[in-house]
Ligand binder design. Structure first.
Ligand code: SF4
Ligand code: SF4
Length: 212
């Protein structure tokens, strides 16, 4: 269940949040938007109502005690900065050893969690490996799993032939994360048709937010 609220001191009563909600869960009462308790169960946590509010008045409490908003739709003063940020992103293969603080990762996740999704819903989960020690732990688990799979002659092994990966991991190399000081997995819901695409969009959001 999620909870919509609006700051009545900021709210102009424009009704934009009511208009953009794809589920029609909000109504204007006394010039301010409200969501009934019954409708709170139907909310998909898409965040449209918050994202479109022109006054930064709307707020949405979503799963796991997290909050979306308030946010002010931004005014792009310098188009070149946005264009440059979009054109200069690539897949990374080399990383600085500098540690990344968990607080910074949290801050970036707060932004990336706003990524739109194919079904206007929030099915994604983020799993963070915040330190090199956690990445080594993950690699050891992956190595054990791969060795076990290889001995089973599984369909996975036949398809991916991970022997070179196993050798690299045995030699203490980091073939998955290329020496990154922290890593993040995005997990989609396999029952959702757009899961993989949603993950890719959210990863791009994360990447751009991290750059900022
Ligand atoms: S989060 Fe989405 S579904 Fe929920 S009230 Fe806002 S616009 Fe409607
Ligand atoms: S969009 Fe924002 S300002 Fe407009 S009615 Fe909704 S909460 Fe109020």
């Amino acid at each position: 269940m999620s909870t919509f609220s609006c700051n009545e001191d900021l709210c102009s009563g424009c009704g934009t949040c009511v208009f953009v909600c794809p589920k029609h869960l909000l109504t204007l009462e006394d010039r301010h938007p409200v969501m009934s308790e019954e409708n709170a169960d139907k909310c998909t946590e898409c965040g449209q109502c918050v994202a479109f509010c022109p006054e930064g008045a709307a707020e949405q409490e979503i799963s796991e005690g997290k909050t979306l908003g308030p946010s002010l739709a931004y005014d792009i003063k310098n188009k070149a900065i946005i264009d440059g940020a979009l054109k200069s992103r690539r897949s990374y293969r080399t990383f600085a050893k500098r540690p990344v603080s968990p607080a910074l990762i949290e801050e970036i996740l707060e932004v990336a969690n706003w990524a739109p999704s194919g079904r206007n819903a929030r099915f994604l989960r983020w799993i963070v490996l915040p330190t090199p020690a956690k990445i080594r732990e993950f690699n050891q688990t992956a190595l054990n799993w791969l060795v076990n799979e290889a001995s089973e002659d599984s369909a996975f092994i036949k398809h991916y032939n991970p022997q070179s990966m196993i050798e690299l991991l045995k030699n203490g190399k980091d073939p998955f994360f290329c020496g990154a000081p922290a890593a993040i997995f995005l997990v989609g819901d396999k029952n959702q048709r757009w899961g993989e695409i949603d993950c890719a969009i959210a990863a791009t959001y994360f990447n751009l937010a991290a750059e900022a």
